[in-house]
Design a protein around this ligand. Structure first.
Ligand code: BG6
Length: 506
């Protein structure tokens, strides 16, 4: 692997502290980075290299998994860290940044391979890009130059297109790495392997055998300290436009011709482009929004969203969203994909449930009057990562009664079951120039095109009301009706926290 310098804009922020540094540390520990490399933290704070190193080590001790952390490894890793105090909005400060980078490259005795990471508020993306270009820091005459853009990538279709235009003035498309950390999750990549390395699933993976698909990403936590951002985003922009649509594309895509970045991304884009457009006036038919209200959980009062610090008392931002999507292509004709996400739900779980059609003719009775719901394949992204296939088996004894049992695989049963964090995989790929798990410009554009009319409809809460749901429950009742009208129901990975206690089984 070539030596490189990673420049993190916003290096004193939460993302760098909780995610990026721990990911780099773990890569370094596993010898997945070159022996010598440099990380140059950039920010307004006055910090020396020493203070930056000490702060980072403190973060590592908190956020690296216990099994991976050692003081010695942390100190060793920190020798590669440096800090540059500067005002990123000030073009003249980039001259000093350039000089610093040149001197760090000299100390590494390598070409000027620079990876710029924008971990700043999105408002700064364009400014930083212009200033880097003005100082010739994006040009690849000597060494490669890459940029990682964090989400949110735009606030709506127009701003996403504008950002793409601005970035393209300084970087070619193959220099731009748009991150969606869901694509970095091991279990998300495993969907590709499950589908395309086994011969038993793919023949059934279509409208002839699949009734409907559910994608759930629920969180038990509330809005936390991110009120300022979240209240302007809501579940649609925060989770659906990016993470959940990526999951949908991986489940629904055609087999790529190779595992090459562009082959995979070509197929994902086709899914986005085949999503049936939901017109503004059709939104209430397909989409349900919710916002959590005050509730008691195990004797503790949980605040309503509108009572959280920094949230407007009359906020109309959704903390929950469920929707039915259709993919108008040969494979998926007529199969609904139901997606839902929310904060303050009973538990944290992300999973995909593939519901297969029942047999055309039933000859056996179901145990305890269960209905013959058909087989289910549950792909658990987190926690308790794994796969569960629910099948019918004979109840021992007289007659032929069928019970549903699970054939399951848990990652935790692997001897070495350390699952790399999403940012480890993504940083490592980017350093190696592999963009497979990053979003291409056309994908971002297609997802925004799909969600824009829905976001526009939200501006009219009379026609598209927000339903309240008690914190700790599975969202508004209306979301059940979304499936019930098609004769289906959501799978509940655990019951309501408020009444039944916490459990979350695969
Ligand atoms: C982020 C969202 O992108 O993803 C957060 O901004 C959300 O609101 C988070 O909590 C969920 O990620 P994960 O990996 O915890 O499922």
């Amino acid at each position: 692997m070539e030596k490189f310098i990673l420049v993190i804009f916003g290096a004193s922020g939460d993302l760098a502290w909780r995610k990026l540094m721990p990911a780099l540390y773990t890569l370094h520990q596993q010898k997945l980075l070159p022996e010598t490399f440099k990380v140059l933290g950039v920010g307004r704070m006055a910090m020396t290299d020493e203070t930056f190193r000490a702060k980072t080590i403190d973060g590592l001790s908190q956020f690296v998994p216990k099994s991976k952390y050692s003081d010695e490894d942390a100190r060793n890793f920190a020798t590669n860290l440096h800090f540059q105090s500067m005002d990123t909005s000030e073009v003249n400060d980039y001259a000093e940044l350039k000089t610093r980078l040149e001197s760090l490259s000299d100390s590494l005795a390598c070409e000027a391979n620079y990876l710029f990471y924008y971990a700043t508020p999105p408002l700064m993306y364009t400014t930083i890009t212009h200033h880097l270009k003005a100082h010739n820091l994006t040009c690849q005459d000597s060494g490669w130059k890459r940029v990682i853009i964090e989400k949110p990538y735009g606030h709506d279709l127009a701003s996403a297109l504008e950002l793409t235009k601005e970035l393209s003035q300084a970087f070619a498309e193959d220099q731009i790495y748009r991150i969606d950390h869901y694509l970095g999750k091991e279990t998300v990549q495993n969907i590709l392997v499950t589908r395309f390395s086994n011969s038993i699933f793919e023949p059934l993976w279509n409208h002839n055998y699949i009734k409907y698909v559910e994608i759930t990403s629920s969180e038990a936590l509330g809005v936390g300290s991110r009120a300022g951002y979240y209240d302007t985003a809501g579940a649609m922009r925060d989770m659906v436009q990016n993470h959940l649509l990526q999951l949908l594309a991986i489940v629904a895509m055609e087999p790529p011709t190779t595992a090459d970045g562009n082959a995979i991304r070509d197929e994902m884009v086709k899914v986005f482009q085949s999503l049936r457009k939901i017109k503004e006036e059709e939104v209430p038919q397909y989409v349900v929004r919710g916002q959590y209200t005050e509730s008691q959980i195990h004797g503790e009062t949980i605040k309503a969203y509108r009572q959280e610090d920094g949230i407007a008392p009359n906020s109309k931002t959704e903390t929950y969203m469920a929707m039915a999507c259709y993919i108008d292509n040969w494979r998926w004709s007529g199969v609904p994909f139901y997606i839902r996400t929310g904060k303050r739900l009973p538990t944290q779980v992300t999973e995909i449930v593939i519901h297969f059609k029942s047999n055309p003719h039933r000859i056996f009775a179901q145990k305890d009057g269960l209905t013959d719901a058909g087989n289910q394949l549950i792909i658990r992204i987190q926690p308790d990562e794994g796969l569960l296939l629910k099948i019918g088996m004979k109840v021992p004894g007289a007659g032929f009664q069928v019970d549903k049992v699970g054939l399951d695989f848990h990652y935790s049963s692997l001897t070495d079951h350390y699952i790399p964090q999403a940012y480890e995989r993504l940083l490592c790929d980017c350093i190696q120039g592999d963009s497979t798990l990053f979003q291409r410009n056309d994908a971002v554009e297609a997802t925004w095109k799909f969600v824009q009319p829905i976001i526009d409809a939200f501006a009219n809460p009379r026609k598209n009301p927000i339903y309240g749901y008690a914190a700790g429950t599975w969202g508004p009742e209306r979301a059940n009706q979304l499936l019930a009208k098609d004769g289906f129901e959501w799978r509940y990975p655990c019951k309501n926290l408020a009444s039944d206690g916490v459990y979350c089984e695969l």
